[in-house]
Design a protein around this ligand. Structure first.
Ligand code: ZN
Ligand code: ZN
Length: 338
């Protein structure tokens, strides 16, 4: 595909999409029902549908019997870890293999023309972003993902929290499924903004931000505090009356869905003329500029409401620069006072 029909490339070879980011259409004014309708398929396919399918596959083929889960034990916890780790290895690994190792698409639709393997740096374990990110994912974040999973499954199985059945509550549970991506966005925005507070950033979140030019393995490369808080989004289903399948869907939006922001390409070409939108640009801008776009794509546009939104346009850039200037002035004034 010709990526220059969809955006521009600068001297360094970095590609920028021509279209600017837009928050979900129900927040746009004047309100357009037509735009909302046109957005629904994009909301469901392919990503949220994919997470629904994996949640169902887990429920029917991976998750142990309720009787087993009534007791906490390392046996079924290790089994879940093995499946989570293998699934991530296959899913993230395929994007890594085809787009980063074999580079089947070259740098078409790639925001940053460089590949992480070309940029060794001392901030990473073994000076390699790929090795560092891979080890942190498999030995820190995926175990914490599994811990969250074991705890909520046990809570449902042991009867500590209500377990609503699909036959008695079909409409309520269906609505909860549709709301899960919004719960994810609000939860992620809150914990993410929190760990951008100066000390927490230094101790916790800087680990994730070492990857200024993220690739799939960067997605779950996190400090343990972040790895736990991030996946703990599934615990909302212990507070809201829910069902373990929806809690699993919520967990998969976090765990499997983390790759979306870190794909590095705006579109993944599937055939000569078809491509899948990665939805990576908002979070790519977060890795590039740090203090913008703490949430996701603007499903619940908290970034817009708090003034952190960067839509990729010149105006977005100017707004960000003005905010940074103000912050600098505030810090200088504070330093002068003390
Ligand atoms: Zn990130
Ligand atoms: Zn961040």
């Amino acid at each position: 595909m010709d990526d220059l029909q969809f955006g521009t490339r600068n001297k360094r070879g970095d590609w920028t999409p021509g279209a600017h980011l837009e928050v979900a259409p129900m927040w746009l004014r004047p309100f357009s029902f037509r735009k909302v309708l046109a957005w629904v398929p994009e909301y469901l396919f392919p990503w949220n549908a994919f997470h629904m399918v994996t949640a169902l596959l887990y429920w029917f083929y991976v998750v142990p019997d309720v009787e087993v889960m009534k007791t906490l034990s390392s046996g079924w916890a290790l089994w879940l870890y093995a499946v989570n780790a293998s699934a991530i290895f296959v899913m993230y690994g395929s994007v890594e293999l085809f787009w980063y190792v074999r580079r089947k698409q070259g740098t078409r639709f790639k925001y940053n023309a460089k590949f992480p393997s070309e940029q060794p740096s001392d901030v990473f374990w073994f000076k390699s972003q790929n090795i560092d990110n891979f080890l942190r994912s498999f030995f820190i974040s995926i175990p914490l993902w599994t811990l969250v999973e074991v705890l909520f499954l046990h809570a449902f199985a042991a009867g500590y929290v209500p377990w609503l059945s699909w036959s008695d509550n079909p409409w309520y549970l269906a609505a909860l499924v549709l709301l899960a991506p919004a719960i994810h966005e609000v939860h992620f925005f809150c914990i993410h903004r929190l760990i951008h507070a100066p000390l927490l950033y230094k101790w916790v979140h800087s680990v994730h931000h070492n990857s200024v030019n993220p690739s799939p393995w960067s997605s779950l490369s996190m400090h343990p505090v972040e790895g736990f808080l991030y996946h703990a989004v599934a615990f909302w289903h212990l507070i809201i009356p829910s069902n373990p399948i929806i809690a699993m869907f919520q967990l998969h939006i976090a765990g499997f869905g983390a790759v979306n922001g870190h794909i590095g390409f705006d579109k993944l070409e599937v055939t000569e003329s078809t491509a899948v939108d990665s939805h990576a640009y908002a979070h790519y801008l977060h890795h590039k500029y740090f203090e913008v776009n703490y949430g996701g794509d603007g499903l619940i546009p908290l970034d817009k409401w708090f003034g952190y939104w960067h839509d990729g346009s010149k105006e977005g850039d100017a707004m960000m620069q003005a905010r940074f200037e103000k912050k600098k002035a505030r810090m200088n004034a504070k330093a002068a006072r003390t």
